[in-house]
Design a protein around this ligand. Sequence first.
Ligand code: GUN
Length: 294
Amino acid sequence: MVRTLDGTELSRVMRAEMAQDVAALQAAGVTPGLSVVLVGNNPASQAYVASKTRACEALGMRGQTLNLPEDVSKDELFAVIDRLNQDPTVHGILVQLPLPAHLPYKAVLEHIRPEKDVDGFHPLNAGLAFVGDPRAFVPCTPAGIMEMLRRENVPTRGKHVVIVGRSLIVSKPLASLLMAPGPDATVTLTHRHTPDLATYTRQADILIVAVGKQNLITADMVKPGVVVIDVGQNRVPDTSSDRGYRMVGDVDYDAVRQVASAITPVPGGVGPMTITMLLANTIQAARQTHAKQA
Ligand code: GUN
């Protein structure tokens, strides 16, 4: 019987635990605060940002969105980040990606104070995470996947994890977390230039797909009993929905479900876990700032 790895339910449990951490910090006079910077009006980004700040408020944290126009200059954006870097009520700063092409996203991410970089995208945090330093903010999607595997008792030691995709946001940090002492997985990273992708995906005990391409993984590309983690978030037209679209992942869910031992749905799998780990990172940032002041 295939198991559905339910990120919504796991998140509910974790957020209830975290609400207690927030209450303890508030009793000590600190309300964890997250500021999200959104440039332009990409509808998918607007939806993600809204759910991030809503989740903060539901936990008793401060969640703020700063909406900047599509044509904002680099200097104007830097000035906004400078202000947030200096604001003691802001513990976490997140600049929603992708940014418009005229903005140098690497320089923007490097402009965020590493202590407030709850996305974990600043090179200092990426480096700390790579060497396994616990001070690092670990990017939220990889952290959420690790937490899901742990809480769902999916063994990783000695297992072959095949990751499809090579992004800085998901795949690279995830590979480093999975191969570290503790998880002890054997990791294969594949990407768009990997010839005959199925040769690799068929070897996976755990298959993680983070590409952004509907139906990239079909049932003939996996082995029976595989655990499938689908990070894809693709909008497909759907006239039966009020919104006119629905979300699907990168995996042919109905067919692969027949073969897998466990699988994440889209929506309701990895997505909620990502937001949960963003809340966790913001609480960690607030706690670390508070510990320094005390
Ligand atoms: N865009 C898609 N995923 C993410 C994320 O985790 N953080 C940010 N800042 N932007 C994103």
